[in-house]
Write a protein that binds this ligand. Structure first.
Ligand code: COA
Length: 202
């Protein structure tokens, strides 16, 4: 029996950035969050993923990310996967559930995506701690900023939650599906050069 991920097709997505100059740890983390061991996941760690949440196809997709050189920020409690997220430093980033929602990033911007905590552990501050870990990892790679996509209904909660540990989310662009074939981009931070919508093929 596998977990079926329901992809809600977002109509509105925000491209945001946050500085990678942040503390290493959350001093107010819960005991559960403090216990997490964060490491750079490898192919061997794929076997730790709970099959009820990761079917074979999903695991293969994650394996392909590792093969592309992406950085897996993996949180373990003992042998158990309790949170993770993914990073890469390629110049094009896209939000796959909104076709055409592709952005180009500046050289000092890394990309964080696909954060996950098992349903039974959500709300325990694991992601907040993981976000500090990933920002510090990008900082060590020479990236001043992390770009990420937030769907509209998560932006407010994420801003509030991450703000508690000094992570400031700066909205840069709003991408909105205006009609079936038209994606509109609104620049929320004119003058900021860290991201811009990618040129669409003619
Ligand atoms: C989003 C998710 C990773 C948060 O993990 P978590 O370990 O429960 O997060 P924490 O306990 O550290 O923080 C919970 C807070 O994060 C906020 N939040 C919501 N979306 C968030 C996001 N994308 N990134 C960071 N924080 C988010 C919640 O509003 C909550 O805020 P509150 O405590 O002020 O109410 C988890 O709910 C999850 O795996 N969801 C399904 C996958 C998903 O939506 N991933 C995000 C898209 S990349």
């Amino acid at each position: 029996m596998y977990d079926v991920r329901v992809i809600v097709l977002a109509r509105e997505v925000f491209v945001c950035k946050c500085s990678t100059a942040v503390p290493l740890e959350d001093p107010n983390a819960s005991p559960e969050a403090k216990r997490v061991r964060w490491l750079k996941g490898t192919e061997a760690d794929l076997a730790r993923l709970q099959p009820e949440h990761h079917n074979p196809e999903h695991v293969e997709e994650l394996r392909a990310r590792l093969a592309r050189g992406e950085h897996w920020v993996l949180g373990l409690d003992g042998d158990r996967v309790v949170s993770y997220t993914w990073l890469h430093t390629r110049r094009a980033i896209d939000y796959p559930y909104l076709p055409g929602c592709t952005f180009e990033t500046a050289d000092d911007v890394g990309y964080g995506y696909d954060a996950w905590t098992p349903p039974e552990l959500r709300g325990g501050g694991l992601r907040r701690v993981g976000f500090l870990v990933e920002l510090n990892a990008l900082n060590a790679m020479g990236m001043k900023w992390e770009a990420s996509f937030f769907v509209k209904h998560q932006l407010e909660g994420a801003t509030r939650s991450l703000g508690k540990v000094g992570i400031q989310i700066v909205p840069l662009w709003r991408a909105r599906l205006e009609s079936r074939h038209h994606l509109a981009f609104e620049n929320l931070a004119p003058g900021d050069t860290s991201t811009r919508p990618a040129k669409q093929p003619a």
